[in-house]
Write a protein that binds this ligand. Structure first.
Ligand SMILES: [Mg+2]
Length: 148
């Protein structure tokens, strides 16, 4: 899976042009996704020295991106066809400007690796809370209550 990930506000707290504190578990999750053979691309508005600083910050924490601001590694960029648009052809975008906000990084990992969407994750979370409490249905609706 090609995964595009933003930097400011996503991997780190938004302190642009400085580099903010790491968001909890961001680099751990990214390393796990890379180890699982996902192509993780840094997709950021940063450029020049500020971009280099972000790439270096990630590399120092063991996060080596497949590509930076591109869906191709740098060595393939010369062979890039001219007709490609600037929109990245990623399977998933991780960005603090997502509609609905950015989930925490452990949830991002679950969404990607379990192939679930946000709605399904919320439903699963709500249902697990129900399972810990009394069944939400009267006992005579035995087919709706969980067997223990
Ligand atoms: Mg951002």
């Amino acid at each position: 899976m090609l995964i595009a990930v933003d930097f400011d506000g996503t991997i780190v707290e938004h302190e642009y042009p400085q580099i903010g504190e790491e968001r909890p578990f961001a680099t751990e999750v990214l390393k796990m996704l890379i180890a699982e053979r996902h192509k993780v691309v840094l997709w950021t508005m940063r450029e020049g020295q500020l971009l280099d600083d972000a790439v270096k910050w990630c590399a120092e924490r063991g996060v080596e991106f497949y590509a930076v601001n591109s869906e191709y590694p740098a060595q393939f960029m010369e062979a890039k066809p001219d007709h490609l648009s600037c929109k990245l052809n990623a399977d998933v975008f991780i960005d603090d400007r997502n509609v609905g906000g950015l989930p925490d990084w452990p949830t991002i990992y679950k969404i990607i690796t379990r192939g679930k969407n946000w709605k399904q994750m919320i439903r699963a979370e709500v249902m697990s809370e129900y399972e810990e409490e009394e069944p939400p249905y009267p006992k005579w609706m035995f087919w709706k209550t969980k067997k223990k």
